[in-house]
Design a binder for this molecule. Structure first.
Ligand SMILES: C[S@@+](CC[C@H](N)C(=O)[O-])C[C@H]1O[C@@H](n2cnc3c(N)ncnc32)[C@H](O)[C@@H]1O
Length: 273
C-alpha cells in the first residue's frame, strides 16, 4: 500500500487498521447499508444493472458482502456472484456473514483482477473507486472482465456536493472546506466523473443518475457522514482543530430544533460493455 493511499482513507487499507478500527468500519458499512437513503441509492443501482437469473456477477470492493448476497438472490441458484475485496479481514467478515447463497468470496485488487477476460455478465462497484490509486485503471479491469453486452454499474460519492443547513453557515462551510482540503481531487469528485470515465473506457448506453441523499436529523446523517458522528475519535481529521465541540453543539441544537439538514449526492452510473 502506497503511503499516499494510506493517508487518503482507512477504506484504502482496511487491513492496515487496528482490529478495533476495522470492526468499527465494517459495522459502519453495515449501518450504512440499512440507511433508507443508501437503500434508495442501491435500488436505483439494482434497476440500472438489471441482474438476470443465471448471470455471473462481480461485486468489486464488496465490503461485508451484503450487496453480493442480495445480487446472489437476484441471479438465483443458476447464477453466481464473486465478492472481491482487497482486505483479507473484510473478506473474512463477509464469509462469517455468508447465508448459503451462490457467493464466492475472494481477496483481490480491483486494479488487477484475477479473472479471465469477458468472464462475467455484470459488475457492481459501490463506493470503491474513490479509494483506489487510479480509478481508470480499475475501470479498465472491470471492463476487461465483463463480456461484450454485459453491464457495469458504478456507484460513488460526490463529496463536493456535501452541504449543511441549520448550523451557522460559516461553521458548516469550514467543516466542508476542511474535508475538501484533506481529500484528493479523485475522492472529491469521483461520483460525477464516473460517466466520463465509463465513456472513456468505451462503454455504450451509459446512464448517469445522481441520487441526492437528504439527512434531516444528526443521527441519520451520522450513519453516512463521519464529520457528524460524535463517536468518530477527536484525533481523526474529520473536524478542523479547535472547532469540534462548537460544531457538535450546533449540530445537536439544530437537531433539537428540528431544522438540521445535510445533503450529499451519490451517483449511479451504468454502461454496457
Ligand atoms: C467504502 S467500502 C464499500 C464496500 C461496499 N461496496 C459497500 O458499499 O458497502 C470500500 C471497500 O473497497 C475495498 N477496497 C479498497 N480498495 C480496493 C482495491 N484496490 N481492490 C479491491 N477492494 C478495495 C475496501 O477494502 C472496502 O471494503
Amino acid at each position: 500500500m502506497k503511503p499516499a493511499q494510506m493517508e487518503r482513507t482507512p477504506f484504502s487499507d482496511l487491513d492496515g487498521q487496528t482490529s478495533e478500527m476495522t470492526a468499527m468500519l465494517l459495522a459502519a458499512l453495515e449501518a450504512m447499508g440499512r440507511h433508507p437513503e443508501i437503500k434508495r441509492v442501491r435500488r436505483t443501482a439494482m434497476m440500472a444493472l438489471r441482474p438476470e437469473p443465471g448471470a455471473r456477477l462481480l461485486d468489486a470492493g464488496s465490503g461485508a458482502g451484503d450487496v453480493a448476497r442480495r445480487l446472489a438472490a437476484e441471479v438465483g441458484p443458476d447464477g453466481e456472484v464473486i465478492a472481491l475485496d482487497s482486505s483479507a479481514a473484510t473478506i473474512a467478515a463477509a464469509v462469517r456473514r455468508h447465508d448459503g447463497s451462490n457467493v464466492r468470496y475472494r481477496i483481490g485488487d480491483v486494479s488487477a483482477i484475477d479473472l479471465p477476460a469477458a468472464s462475467v455478465d455484470g459488475v457492481w462497484c459501490e463506493r470503491v473507486l474513490q479509494h483506489v490509486d487510479d480509478a481508470d485503471v480499475a475501470i479498465g479491469e472491470l471492463a476487461r472482465v465483463t463480456r461484450p453486452g454485459g453491464r457495469i454499474c458504478l456507484i460513488d460519492t460526490d463529496w463536493e456536493s456535501l452541504a449543511f443547513d441549520g448550523v451557522p453557515a460559516r461553521l458548516g462551510d469550514s467543516i466542508v472546506a476542511h474535508m475538501h482540503g484533506r481529500l484528493t481531487p479523485q475522492q472529491l469528485d469521483m461520483g460525477r466523473t464516473l460517466r466520463r470515465r465509463l465513456l472513456a473506457a468505451g462503454l455504450t448506453d451509459v446512464t448517469a443518475t445522481p441520487v441526492t441523499c437528504v439527512f434531516d436529523t444528526p443521527s441519520s446523517a451520522a450513519v453516512v457522514l463521519p464529520m457528524v458522528n460524535p463517536r468518530i475519535p477527536a484525533e481523526s481529521w474529520m473536524t478542523p482543530p479547535g472547532v469540534r465541540e462548537k460544531w457538535f453543539s450546533h449540530v445537536e441544537e439544530a437537531g433539537a430544533r428540528g431544522d438540521f439538514l445535510a445533503i450529499l449526492t451519490i451517483w449511479v452510473v451504468t454502461g454496457t460493455r
